[in-house]
Structure formats: structure tokens, C-alpha cells
Design a protein around this ligand. Structure first.
Ligand SMILES: Cc1cc2nc3c(=O)[nH]c(=O)nc-3n(C[C@H](O)[C@H](O)[C@H](O)COP(=O)(O)O)c2cc1C
Length: 402
């Protein structure tokens, strides 16, 4: 369905971040782990083509999901890793083709902690835990104190490789979101307890990354408006985190929500249409002057325009719509309300929809993208098979890194 709109100027105007960098429009391609790296932590041609397509599609800012700071705790063995082994040639091919048309390309710096890809490593989060079937070890204080340097050296490599900014990944249940969440963080030392104490490691990481990349380089954070888990981070507490972030040098706070913790609600598995975390964004706006982005549930241009016209956020974050239609920003920026057709499956298993979208990313990066869309089970099987192959390469590559 196509409708013409008049207020598209709300999306098609540039924005100056506090660090001085300018983003050419208000559409942000939210981080989506594509699992398309080569199994040894470096980008592939398929992955580069995927990001090029998003840049050609007109997005102002594109964020590469789950770029790992520590190969021991990846979200997937198809992640990029920034470290001594990094191949600058392929990273620079990625950043240069992903930034054509003046798009910004940022690396989302991640560490999966207690949600790491398990065949690679024993799970380790802020605290030793057993919740139902789920078990993980807790990090020692010494291990926690190494994190800021790990993020800072990954940020240094990202900058050298041509990324135009970085995002600290503190949402969806991965390590830093575990630190923020009272469900996962039961620590009795300086990194646990009050919201401020649980946020401490995030603040330390931001400071170290800032010192490494300098004042003019964008640093963002993506955080949960709540974990949507019993005993997890509530909206009230997440607002406390925003207040803490007010005193840091972050240039952009991206708000999302949900968790990939087993049994939890992930926003990428949700089917409904319309901004998911709008109430929280409104409350966040009232307590911070930091630039804000809102991600989750946008399926129509009209929804994005309504949110932008309220001035509650500065950017609209898009995930699944950009898998279904990478050229959608050009339409929306020209006032054409292109609405992609969303796949519907009867009772998908937990994580099934996200696996389906992940394999759709591979089709988008491949030359033969017009191949038939797989059914849900085939996509899940292909996803698991690809991860198994990448995992054996990963183990061989990184086995000596402790
Ligand atoms: C295939 C897929 C992979 C994702 N990987 C990441 C990720 O690496 N980092 C992240 O912060 N969010 C990730 N997400 C969540 C999205 O960034 C976004 O927050 C979520 O899909 C809701 O936005 P949407 O309704 O526009 O899809 C992923 C989502 C999908 C569909």
C-alpha cells in the first residue's frame, strides 16, 4: 500500500550530535546481528553487500550489530570481532561501501556475557545464577575491571577501520544489560546494588571509550526501557539509568526493550505494529537533553512521523522493515508510505522469527536474493547449521585468547 505524505521533512532533515558529527536524516538502521562474518571475526562480501544496500536505500545511520570486544563471549560465531587478528582490508571495504551516499556506519560493541553462544564458551555474567534451566557463572571483580579497556581497544580499531561512530550495546539481555538488570546482577561489590551502582561499569566503559576515540567521534548507547522479565529492569529503574547517562559524554541514547533470555519476550519476535516503547520515550524525554532514538514496532511511515512530530525523540530506529525492504528510507523520505508485507507463521517457536529474519539478511546480501523465501523450519535449520560451521572455525581461530 502506498500513500503520499506531506510532513516527511520531519524525517528528511539533518541532525548535529553533541560531538559535532552530522547525521543526514532521522532514519537509523538499528543493530541487527547478521551472522555473516567469516567465522574468524572478519566481514565477508555478502555482509558488505548487505550494508551497501542499506546505504543505497537512503538510511542516515546504519549500525552493525554485535561487533564483539571479546572473542570468548560472542552472541554468534558469525559476529565480527575487533582485536589483534582483525583484517583491516575487509573492515575498510565494509565501512567504505556501507557509508556511500553519506550514511554514517557505526559498530555496536558487544559482549554477550551470560547469553554467549554456548557451544563456544561457558556462560558468564555479572553473577553466578541458576534460573530454571538457565545457569551461568559470575565474573570476578578483576574480570569486570578489564571490560573498559576491552571496549576502548575495540573502539580504537573501529575508528581506524573507518567506522564513523560506535554504540555500546547495553540492551536485549546481553552483558551490559545484565549488569543493569537486578535479575542478573546480584553483586555485592561496587558494581551491584542500586541503579547507579549497576550502571557503574557502563559509565566506566563510556569514559574509557571517549578517552580513546576523542571528543569528535560519536558514541551511542542502546538500552532497554525494561527487560519485560519478572525481577528484571523496570521502566522506573531504566529512567534512573537515563539520569546516570546524563552525566556521561554519550551522543545518542537508543531506546528499545525486551530480552533474548530463554523464555523472555524479544521485540524482534513481536508481531504487532506501532512504536512499542513510546511511553518510556516520552518519560525519558522529560529527564534528559541527550539526543534520543526510539526503536521497535515501526512498520509504517505515518507511525514514524507521529512520533517525530511530538518531538519526543530525534531518530526513528528501524529493524525488520529494513530487512523486508532495504530501500524503504528513500520512499519514506520522499513521503511515500511504503508498508512492507510482514511474514506470518502459525505459532513460531521462541526465537524462530528472529532466526527467519537473520536468514533473510543473508538472502539480502547474496546475489541470488530473489530465491524463494524459506519456510520457518528451513530458516531455523539453515541458521543452526551455519552457526555450527562457523563455530568450529571460531574455536580454531580464537582458542588461545583468554
Ligand atoms: C535478525 C535480528 C537481529 C537483531 N540483532 C540485534 C543486535 O545485534 N543488536 C541489537 O541491539 N538488537 C538487535 N536486534 C533488535 C533490533 O535492533 C530491534 O531493536 C528490534 O528488531 C525491534 O525493532 P523492529 O520492530 O523495527 O524490528 C535484532 C533484530 C533482528 C530482527
Amino acid at each position: 500500500m502506498i500513500q503520499t505524505l506531506e510532513s516527511n521533512v520531519l524525517l528528511d532533515c539533518s541532525f548535529d550530535l553533541p560531538c559535532g558529527a552530522t547525521i543526514k536524516n532521522r532514519l537509523l538502521k538499528s543493530a541487527m546481528s547478521d551472522g555473516l562474518a567469516d567465522g574468524e571475526g572478519n566481514p565477508t562480501e555478502c555482509q558488505i553487500r548487505l550494508y551497501q544496500r542499506w546505504a543505497e536505500g537512503g538510511v542516515g545511520l546504519s549500525i552493525v550489530g554485535e561487533v564483539q570486544v571479546d572473542p570468548n563471549y560472542p552472541e554468534s560465531p558469525g559476529n565480527i570481532v575487533l582485536g589483534d587478528h582483525s583484517n583491516y582490508e575487509s573492515l575498510q571495504a565494509l565501512t567504505s561501501r556501507a557509508s556511500i551516499n553519506g550514511a554514517h556506519i557505526w559498530a555496536q560493541l558487544g559482549h554477550a556475557g551470560a547469553l554467549a553462544y554456548q557451544p563456544i564458551r561457558q556462560l558468564k555474567g555479572p553473577s553466578t545464577l541458576k534460573i530454571g534451566e538457565f545457569e551461568c557463572l559470575g565474573m570476578s571483580e578483576e574480570e569486570v575491571s578489564c571490560l573498559p579497556d576491552q571496549y576502548a581497544s575495540a573502539a580504537k580499531i573501529a575508528k581506524k577501520a573507518g567506522f564513523t561512530g560506535v554504540q555500546i550495546h547495553a540492551d536485549h539481555g546481553f552483558l551490559l544489560s545484565q549488569f543493569l538488570s537486578p535479575l542478573f546482577n546480584r553483586r555485592a561489590d561496587k558494581y551491584g546494588g542500586s541503579v547507579e551502582a549497576r550502571s557503574k561499569i557502563v559509565v566506566e566503559i563510556i569514559s574509557k571509550v571517549r578517552a580513546m576515540v576523542g571528543g569528535a567521534f560519536p558514541i551511542s548507547i542502546k538500552m532497554n526501557s525494561s527487560d519485560q522479565l519478572e525481577g528484571g529492569l523496570t521502566q522506573e529503574e531504566a529512567l534512573g539509568v537515563v539520569q546516570v547517562l546524563n552525566h556521561t559524554t554519550v551522543d545518542l541514547i537508543e531506546i528499545s526493550g525486551g530480552s533474548y533470555f530463554p523464555g523472555a519476550k524479544a521485540s524482534s519476535d513481536r508481531a504487532s505494529s506501532g512504536a512499542y516503547y513510546i511511553d518510556f520515550a516520552m518519560r525519558a524525554r522529560s529527564i534528559t537533553n541527550k539526543p534520543l532514538a526510539l526503536t521497535g514496532g515501526f512498520k509504517e511511515c505515518t507511525q514514524a512521523l507521529n512520533v517525530m512530530s511530538s518531538k519526543m525523540v530525534d531518530f526513528i530506529g528501524l529493524g525488520r522493515v529494513l530487512i523486508l525492504k532495504p530501500e524503504l528510507p528513500t520512499d519514506w523520505l520522499h513521503g511515500i508510505n511504503t508498508i512492507p508485507e510482514f511474514p506470518r507463521f502459525e505459532s513460531p517457536p521462541e526465537g524462530g522469527m528472529t532466526a527467519w529474519y537473520t536468514m533473510a539478511l543473508a538472502r539480502l546480501g547474496n546475489v541470488d536474493e530473489h530465491n524463494n523465501e524459506p519456510d520457518l523450519q528451513t530458516a531455523i535449520d539453515d541458521y543452526e547449521e551455519r552457526s555450527r560451521k562457523q563455530a568450529s572455525l571460531w574455536v580454531a581461530m580464537f582458542q588461545d585468547i583468554k
